[in-house]
Design a protein around this ligand. Sequence first.
Ligand SMILES: NC(=O)c1ccc[n+]([C@@H]2O[C@H](COP(=O)([O-])OP(=O)(O)OC[C@H]3O[C@@H](n4cnc5c(N)ncnc54)[C@H](O)[C@@H]3O)[C@@H](O)[C@H]2O)c1
Length: 254
Amino acid sequence: MILKDKIALITGGAGGIGLATAKLFLEEGAKGVAIVDFSRENLKKAEETLGSEKLMYIQADVSQAEDVKNYTNQVKKEWGKIDILFLNAGTEGLVKTMEHYPEETFDQVMGVNVKGVWLGMKYAFPIMKTDGGGSVIITSSVAGLRGTAQVSAYVASKHATVGLMRVGALEGAADKIRVNTIHPSPVDNRMMRSLEEGFAPGMGDTVKENFTKMIPMGRYASNEDIADLALFLASDKSRFITGATYVIDGGFTS
Ligand SMILES: NC(=O)c1ccc[n+]([C@@H]2O[C@H](COP(=O)([O-])OP(=O)(O)OC[C@H]3O[C@@H](n4cnc5c(N)ncnc54)[C@H](O)[C@@H]3O)[C@@H](O)[C@H]2O)c1
């Protein structure tokens, strides 16, 4: 029960990684977990899976300031504090070379993956400061550490989160707010199915096989693998860790 009495907020909380993490946080004693997501359909499924005891479901677009103000204030109002802020909402955009990549998709990916993270810290920091600090975990990707052709917006956005994390770590340290990024390799969930299909329409399985061959440990990550890392960073076990990039990739970037 290493999250006993903690209040957590997870953006993209109704997606693959977010939902697995919410479940784990509850198992580890969290007093409340707010699941913030854009997709009403995912939120409905999340509620069917996890129920509503100790949970709050908030529909919000993380790229919109008003929505971010609302979700942070709602958690503060209902539960009094935010100990753990898991900025995990993300979108993959399209698979196209830069010369063919639509500008509006580039802006949309940056809006969710970069501005969404910036807004999250902007509006949660004042709340976290007043109650002894806490842990901010940002889901970047191995795409935040190296390039992959045809996913320029995603790669740029995930690199940008590292910069935001470093600034957040410096600005938050005096108030005991820790900020770290996590960098998963492919995770076996919806987002990878979408990317596999984008790389080779109708041949997603072959793309998966080829990606898997590039991972020394011989498999994709599971949502639960990532949740376990988020748990460590959310808990006081990581109390002196801030400003760090945590690769979780079965050796992919080694
Ligand atoms: N799946 C992977 O292979 C992989 C690898 C590395 C990093 N990531 C990152 O992990 C994070 C979680 O993704 P996932 O793998 O669980 O995929 P997912 O698609 O299952 O979950 C993403 C969730 O974010 C939500 N979301 C999207 N745009 C939003 C917005 N504007 N406002 C609020 N919510 C929004 C979606 O509705 C969805 O529920 C993302 O940041 C993603 O980039 C995923």
